[in-house]
Ligand binder design. Structure first.
Ligand code: GUN
Ligand code: FE
Length: 420
């Protein structure tokens, strides 16, 4: 047994925050969280890791990001989606045919995720099978866990980033066969978005998802030009989501990034089928996609999580994605004269932590009976406050001010993977 001591904070449910001053997390030897205790038990037969006055929080979960766009962070930000894809994104992703470049880039990305406190991801790779396997290796090496998808895209990409329908199918099978060796990183089927995939490929992926019990991730209703294009491609579908549903890709655990323009009917289809939204606030503002109706999604009972969506989003650190989601929700609140209430700090923290862990089957903030995913935050680099702060105030300040220099330790899947 092991005991981690410190100020414990987590959000068990949307809008709720539990704060335990000088509490204890009791871990089994295999890293599974046995209990969350109000104080260190007397005379416990356990190795103790005392984090003193630091804060212990659940780690962050990034439910939507593009690993091969890491080299283009902060580029092309003044273009709308389709131009941005054609001008920058596809050209950047094409570079991942080069395995040495992929290894270097993905090692650095995995390291930056972990030191920034992100221990679970749902991630897009590129269409390249070998680079995708390299990405999975580098994530495992660093201690990042979750799902990675080799991207399927057999139309409308142009340039150097092409696969035929046959290649896409063959390479997907080759990739899946090679994934058995990973322990903490698993495959997820990843049709890029409807304009990138022929009907034949979508139908094949839907069948594969069913046969092998695989989850699916993609993009939905991000940008108005994209939605109009999908309508032209699928005149038989009244709405964008139906282009996925038609092929068995709209199902429990499916992750759809963005959903900025999803109307009531599309939102109801998410709720009814257990589809999860990855809300990507920074990306939505950068490429002028729109301001997603997060409050409405939550009020209607849709499952909402957060994504950095690098490199549409220009920040990998999920602490910053959390605060950006708050700011963007305040924009919507002001635009609707207060009708759509903004996300509070506690709510956005819930979306960036608990809601994501929940998708992975670990609910409640710190999930008892599951391997620990946690970060330890040290405030000593923050400005000296003018009075003693409550634990609640310290939490809020941490959410707004923390960067990786404040993250003293990271625990992933029950193991310490960064810091001391
Ligand atoms: N839609 C299709 N591909 C992409 C992508 O790479 N990024 C974003 N933000 N939207 C997409
Ligand atoms: Fe994306």
């Amino acid at each position: 047994m092991r005991l981690l001591l410190g100020n414990i904070l987590f959000s068990p449910r949307l809008g709720e925050l539990t704060a335990i001053p000088r509490g204890a997390l009791l871990l089994r030897d295999d890293g599974v969280l046995e209990d969350v205790l109000p104080a260190a038990p007397e005379g416990a037969d356990a190795e103790t890791v005392d984090y003193g006055d630091a804060l212990i929080l659940p780690s962050f979960v990034d439910m939507h990001l593009h690993a091969p766009q890491y080299p283009m962070l902060g580029m092309g930000m003044d273009l709308p989606l389709i131009d941005w894809l054609n001008t920058y994104t596809f050209k950047t992703e094409a570079r991942f045919a080069d395995e040495a470049f992929a290894r270097r880039t993905y090692r650095r990305l995995a390291e930056e995720l972990i030191t920034g406190g992100t221990t679970r991801v749902c991630m897009f790779s590129s269409l390249h099978t070998d680079a995708t396997l390299i990405l999975m290796e580098e994530l495992e090496r660093a201690g990042v866990t979750g799902y990675v998808g080799k991207v399927n895209m057999d139309r409308n990409s142009g340039g150097d980033l092409n696969e035929t329908t046959e290649e896409s199918k063959r390479e997907t099978l080759r990739w899946l066969d090679a994934c058995d060796r990973f322990h903490f990183v698993k495959p997820i089927l990843t049709p890029r978005f409807t304009p990138s995939c022929t009907d034949e490929l979508m139908a094949w992926l839907g069948k594969l998802a069913e046969q092998r019990g695989l989850y699916v991730q993609s993009h939905l209703s991000e940008n108005r030009g994209e939605i109009a294009w999908v309508k032209e491609l699928h005149p038989d579908c009244a709405q964008y989501w139906e282009t996925y549903a038609k092929y068995g890709l709209w199902k429990d655990h499916t992750v759809m990034a963005h959903c900025v323009w999803s109307d009531e009917r599309e939102r109801a289809a998410m709720r009814e089928h257990g589809v999860t939204v990855a809300h990507c606030a920074d990306s939505n503002i950068n490429i002028c996609s729109g301001v997603a109706p997060v409050r409405t999604l939550l009020d209607e009972g849709v499952s909402v999580t957060l994504g950095s969506d690098i490199a549409g989003g220009a920040m990998l650190a999920m602490s910053r994605v959390v605060t950006t989601s708050i700011r963007v929700s305040k924009l919507r609140c002001m635009k609707t004269d207060g009708r759509d209430g903004f996300l509070t700090v506690d709510e956005a923290f819930y979306l960036g932590t608990t809601a994501g862990h929940r998708w992975f089957g670990a609910d409640g903030g710190f999930a008892k009976g599951k391997p620990l995913h946690a970060i330890v935050v040290d405030e000593s680099g923050f400005p000296e406050p003018v009075r003693e702060l409550t634990l609640r105030e310290r939490f809020e300040r941490c959410i707004y001010l923390m960067d990786k220099s404040a993250i003293r330790a990271v625990w992933s899947e029950g193991r310490r993977v960064a810091g001391a």
